[in-house]
Design a protein around this ligand. Sequence first.
Ligand SMILES: [Fe+2]
Length: 192
Amino acid sequence: MLPSDPGPLPPALREDGLAEWHQFHQDAMARMSDLALALDHQGWPGVERACRWVHEAFHPHNQWEEQRLFPLLELVGRGQLGKQLKLDHLEMGDLTQAILDGSAGGMVADPSPHGLRARRLLDLVRQHIDTEVHCMLPLLQGQGATPADAPAGEGYLTTPGRSAAASGCPGCAPPGTCSGSAPDRPAGAAPG
Ligand SMILES: [Fe+2]
């Protein structure tokens, strides 16, 4: 339950309202698996296809989260986590734009930096969804989350040290204790 709102959960947080949100994340993870496969084989058309999907479909999803979910983090004293997640969204946008700018019809002029950007996008999207599902959502629903709560299945363990399942979410202090009572990270502290 949100501390400042003892009534029913806002529509954006009700399970029926979240079904589409969860489904989108599952679709995104499948797209990221496609991207990983394409990167493993330097299949640039596949990389471009996955990045175009991020550009066209993920961006509106991120905007909805910024408008409907992230402000609620302020109410539970976790505004810093919202800021970190917003920075993730900005980085996703920058990476996607750079990748699409460097690719035309599946042809890539400079494969090395192109591949590095796409790999970073892959890791970022995976760890970002992991954090939202296993850290942000439990916090907003007043449940908190512990590492034991978070499944460590394929697609969720990503960037070492950033996975909510492995080490707590970026807004947690101390790392690894993802609970609704944990305060915001002090200003200037590095994300986990
Ligand atoms: Fe997000």
